[in-house]
Design a protein. Sequence first.
Lengths: 478, 560
Amino acid sequence: MDFEIGPGLFGEGFMWTILWSDVLIFLLVGAIALFVASFRRNPQNQENWRQVFSTRLGMATFVIIMSYVVIALVDSIHFRKALPATEGQSSEQVFYSNDVNSLLDLALGEMGDRPERTYSAPFALKSWNKENLLLPDGERVRDYPELTFAGAHLENPEAFAKDVALNSMVGIGKGLALALALIGLHAFWLRRSQSGNTGDGDTSPLPWKSAWITFAVIMAILGWLITMGNLYHVLGTDQAGNDTLFESLKGIRTGVLIGTLATLITMPVAISLGLAAGYFRGWIDDVVQYIYTTLISIPGLLLIAASVLLFQVWINNNPQFFEIGLEKADAKFLALCFILGITSWTTLCRLLRAETLKISQLDYVQAAHAFGVSHFQIIKRHILPNLSHIIMISFVLDFSGLVLAEAVLAYIGVGIDPAMASWGNMINMASTELSREPSIWWNLSGAFFLMFTLVLSVNLFSDLVRDAFDPKTKLETA
Amino acid sequence: MSVTITEARSSSPTQGATSAITMNHQPSDKTLALSVSNLNVRLNHKPHTPILKDVSFDLKKGEVYALVGESGSGKSITSLSILRLLPDALTITKGKISLPETNLFALTEQEMGNVRGKKIAMIFQDALTALNPVQTVGAQIAETLKIHTSLNSSEIRHRTVELFHEVGLPDPEKRVDWYPHQMSGGQQQRVMIAMALACEPDILLADEPTTALDVTIQKQILELIKQLTISRQLAVLLITHDMGVVRQTADRVGVMYKGEIIEQNDCVAFFENPKEAYSRQLIDSLPDMDEYRSLEREAPLLKVENLQIHFPVRKGLLQRVHSHTKAVDGISFSIGKGETLALVGESGCGKSTTGRAILNLEKATAGDIWYNNLCINKLTRKEMLPLRKKIQVIFQNPFSSMNPRMTVGDIIEEGMVSLGLEQTKEERIQRIESLLTRVKLEPEHRHRYPHEFSGGQRQRIAIARALAVEPDLIICDEPTSALDVSIRAEVLDLLLELQRELHVSYLFITHDLSIIPHIAHRVAVMQGGKIVEQGETEQVLTQPKHEYTKVLLEAVPSVH
């Protein structure tokens, strides 16, 4: 889907490119916003969320997760730049680059645009491999060549340490300044809304301080990475000379999307089938149970690999549907999410079926029957709200599992298309790189740390969500 | 009393020596078995609200000391403190619990382990959850014996059979190899008692040992405890909320209220002359069994004719119907307008299933249920809708009968909306508020959630919900059995008042015979899916014809 926007709006010509996954991610954000809004209306849910956010860990992990989500969203606004007019081209006709850029690329500046020839270590000024070089005096030597872009602004290599220190200060300073400004605004708004409400006490029950500290740390790191990333290769380069840091950051979108999309595909299937089986029982229950028992007994990996390969063949046979390479990669990515989704709904479905069986025997559901309330209303008003804690908990728990699943799939070669940056592909590449001597460790570590932080934050957060929403843990602590 | 002693002797051949002591013991020279003095317990995160305040009492050998009080008064916390098994959230701040020669709080955890089971044993309310379902009962008793004694396996088996014999289990040699689920509730409780007695403890803590049991079995278990107290010279701490049980079993009584023992006395003296107003309230809350409701018959509103409800028992790979469980097996009765019919019976006799069938939530296998001139059990879900207004229900457990995620207003409104009673939102709100006032709650309560209310208040909300659609018949499925005694009386009075004002009929399903004279015009006694006797309350309760009715009536604990 392309929308052309002529010059005049953005100076140069741009064409907004909307990938299917972009549409989905924004729909998702909207849906989640609506869900949160409806959830907030119930004071009991509000109380539960308050419990989650009243812990320092909850606040800090939430800020980390949100920064990942924001980066993913920024990375989901795509456009194609207009190519400069060539000779003989009419002035009305504009051609657009085949490279799709996103707002994130703009924010990261030149970082993604500076390919070296091959591997280079973090902060290196010279390449990792020796090459034949032609010296100015005509002599041929075999040595490590200077990198094209890293440290190109340095006049002499001795100033390297000083330059790094100076620019680090500048980068961290920029990040912190921005963070402080935003925190100040927030604190101001907080105080004003509080004094408007109650008139007393400037202490909020929520630990905003930890949120601010986490935010400041993230902003400082980002500021440093962006500043340094534009001067050096902070995490080195990979075999094709691409900046590893840039690739890892681009991988955030893939990771977040695969987690949410696949989980959200499981939800409607699991909820509707689980509810139907538990509520209506009889033959519906038999059919649903039969389906998931069958599905469970097929090895999941086999099913996923087969479906992905089938879809790959379909893409190759129908090139007319895809204008650019990234659209192909995007379609394959969506297919993967979909397949992951429909192979992993069974656990949640079983949980929901069991819980529905239990709830539909409770007196208040019987009372609703005695009032002649319709099946739909009973499900909507009495059963679904009392399942919401299970759904919430499994959403956050499944998320991290699916992010990790992507890495596993890439390893067996049915992962995401190499045209799309993904942690799974980076980790997959690292298997050969690590076996070299001396080993190339930076490619793995970039993907590893970003994935690790995300999965750890989500797991810690989901633990808190479970504690707050699971009535059983509440009973134990009470 | 002499009868129980001879029974004890005959049931336990090894007890000759001990029963000789009981024959000539005097109430005055009972030896002290355990003393609790100035026990204070508080919640860790709320240090200023004490759970127990200066609780002091003594247990003496050969005597049952009853601790009475409503739920939350601190009875169970007291017994857990004695065993030093308090949950982590609670701390003992002051006090002393001591056996004649040892202070329990001075023992190490390991030494305490020897006291538990060997010196002090405990029996719980729900025997089935306290027994391990995958082990035979014999193996479970053998385990305790193995830990605390040096008997070999054949001696252990012999001892187990002896114990089973002592607690009055029939066929003890066979029962040793049974699993808990093969036994009835009463037998399970007997196994629990045998297990508690296995290591010859001096002190027995019984925490509501009969609350989960039917009245006839309750009577047997209480008699057994009483018997063992004398034959084994046990010191028993009986925790209960039922004054009738206290009257029949206890030698001394302590009344607990909000963490304090407000009164203790000899049982007889206590019931003759309670000193505290609260104690008197507890005694008086037992309804009078001598007053009966007069009855003027009107045309029957609901008529049940030869109702049968059978559940298929499916077996095998293809789930073929193997046989039928006859939950309700051909019963007939009728309820007139403004009349209350009490359906009495023990658990599992089919009384709740009957209630569900009248609500058309359960399909009748045969027979008819007539409401005015409509045959309820032949109506479809849609045809039933207009009748839903007429027949409503109040459930036993006020904690599970309301959706925890809906406000009280929404809960009451639901029926009105789905049955199309009041058209506009304002009318409905007005009606909800007037209903809440009618059941003696505040109109503002409609914005609150069920968990903010106590059990009694919730039951009032449930009544308001049923009344919201202006029914002619309300099925009350044990509406008071989950409530404390003092609240029970209030809810019953409310039901009576509403009947007088609104002329509604009640089908009152209960296992508690003591409240029937107070509430019912007529009684139907159910056993095993059949009605064995029905008639006017006074006639059935004073001149029971059927054997089962007589047994039930005898088992009712009473203070008189």
